[in-house]
Design a protein around this ligand. Structure first.
Ligand code: PLP
Length: 474
């Protein structure tokens, strides 16, 4: 009989040696990423076909894993951290965040309850309270009062939480016991992110009960149209309960007027949720805080450090002005989760603030980012991105073959070649297939529009200049 080893675990010595290799790999990747084709050029199924259909029976050296990473996986990577990445909204990162994330993996905490690691809960509370001040958000979001923040995986999940908390408040908990009231209606702009529509499906509210409110010429929600829709629903015996406004829509970075919308919400007693997924990060800089004027009227708010705040995916920050409805919507107490910490009533159990039970120690990377950059460092890089986008905007405006399709208050420029959609789509495909830059599109006023979003950590003026040279060459 062959001898069976006592343990198959990686020894501390091997871990150390492999970790050195991994860090070396990441550092080398960061140096070469600029030269790699930004958008992966593989065909569907090409990566999968390189792998065996069954898992290995015998363990393999980690060096073989790294070798296959290079040979089989990297060709199928779209390089989100390339300085030439301008697609969608960014998902930038930083070395401080990578290290924080590594520490979180190393400590391996599952922080569902305060009791399962008090520091995991309490650091999250500290960092999210810091962010309220850093972003100029209302003090109602602080945990020192009735509100508070929690880290979620994504803005989609945070908005689902807002929707469920709003329903909880509107039905005084009735939806928990009786199921969903089909007369509840909710409202957002026709330019809002599709995650609300998805959440309405998930929550069982019925897509028929979601009103997509008309936008104005700048693609921002029209408060007068919102009021008319609410009044029409009330007249028809419906129960309006939730409004979502967006600060920086995905298509064009449009800014819904929060003050006017929030005032309507107060008048009709509706929950007011603000989705500031990417643009929220800009409010680190006082000069950009005008974009969220009226946020003090919000019942809840979300922004994603994993988009523009140098914190690697995933990390979405969600605030409520009053945590009661949120916790009532989510809390459930099986015997096996009872513990002395919860029983004191003096702790937060963040499992009661969102859908999932188990949770990672995400605040560690956010804390690492804030401590590394400081507020000033973060402001510096955000300002730089906005300056670069404004420079790009100036180049587009100065070229009579192109037209600008939407206001560009921050780091997104929406533009197109004057001409038909086919020419614009062909231009985008040519650029993306060249591998030199990557950008994506939307439709504005029915026209195919290119989106240039500047937010990668390593993007400098020379990259943006090259991008414009490539674009303007046609
Ligand atoms: N809201 C807005 C305005 C967005 O732009 C996005 C994604 O780009 C989302 C929500 C969804 O973000 P997440 O991937 O965190 O769910």
């Amino acid at each position: 009989m062959p001898e069976i080893p006592k343990s198959f675990h990686m020894s501390p010595e091997d871990f150390r040696a492999n970790a050195d290799q991994v860090l070396e790999w990441i550092t080398a990747y960061q140096k070469r990423v600029e030269a790699l084709p930004v958008m992966s050029q593989v065909k569907p199924g090409e990566i999968r076909a390189k792998f065996p259909t069954s898992a290995p029976q015998k363990g393999e050296p980690f060096a073989d894993v790294l070798r296959d990473l290079d040979a089989k996986i990297m060709p199928g990577i779209t390089h989100w951290q390339s300085p030439n990445f301008y697609a969608y909204f960014p998902s930038n990162n930083s070395n401080a965040s990578i290290l924080g994330d590594l520490l979180s993996s190393g400590i391996g905490v599952q922080g569902m309850l305060w009791a399962t690691s008090p520091a995991c809960t309490e650091l999250e509370t500290v960092v999210l309270d810091w962010l309220v001040e850093m972003l100029g958000l209302p003090s109602s979001f602080l945990t020192t009062g009735k509100g508070g923040g929690v880290i979620q995986d994504t803005a989609s999940s945070a908005t689902l939480s807002a929707l469920l908390a709003a329903r909880e408040r509107a039905t005084s908990g009735g939806s928990n016991e009786e199921g969903c009231d089909r007369s509840l209606t909710c409202y957002t702009s026709s330019h809002a992110h599709s995650s609300l529509e998805k959440n309405v499906k998930i929550a069982g509210l019925g897509r028929k009960n979601l009103r997509l409110i008309e936008a104005d010429e700048n693609f921002a929600m029209r408060p007068d149209a919102l009021r008319r829709a609410i009044e029409a629903d009330l007249a028809a015996g419906k129960k309006p309960f939730f409004v979502m406004a967006t600060v920086g829509t995905t298509s064009s970075n449009a800014l819904d007027p929060l003050s006017a919308i929030g005032t309507i919400c107060r008048e009709f007693g509706l929950w007011f949720h603000v989705d500031s997924a990417m643009a929220g990060t800009a409010t680190l800089c006082p000069e950009f805080r005008y974009i969220q004027q009226g946020v003090e009227l919000a019942d809840s708010y979300v922004f994603n450090p994993h988009k523009w705040m140098f914190t690697n995916f995933d990390c979405s920050v969600f605030y409520v002005a009053d945590r009661t409805a949120l916790i009532n919507a989510f809390s459930i107490m099986p015997e096996y989760l009872r513990n002395q910490g919860t029983a004191t009533g003096e702790v937060f159990d963040y499992r009661d603030w969102h859908v999932q039970l188990g949770r990672r120690f995400r605040s560690l990377k956010l804390w690492a980012v804030i401590r590394h950059y400081g507020v000033e460092g973060l402001q510096h890089h955000i300002r730089r991105h906005v300056e670069l986008a404004q420079q790009f905007l100036a180049w587009v405006k100065a070229d009579s073959r192109f037209e600008v399709m939407a206001p560009a208050p921050l780091n997104l420029v929406c533009f197109r070649l004057k001409g038909d959609d086919a020419a614009n789509e062909a231009l985008m495909n040519r650029l993306n297939q060249s591998g030199k830059i990557y950008l994506t599109h939307t439709k504005l006023n029915g026209k195919f529009t290119l989106r240039m979003c500047i937010g990668q950590s390593q993007t400098e003026e020379r990259h943006v200049r090259t991008a414009w040279e490539l674009i303007s060459r046609g």
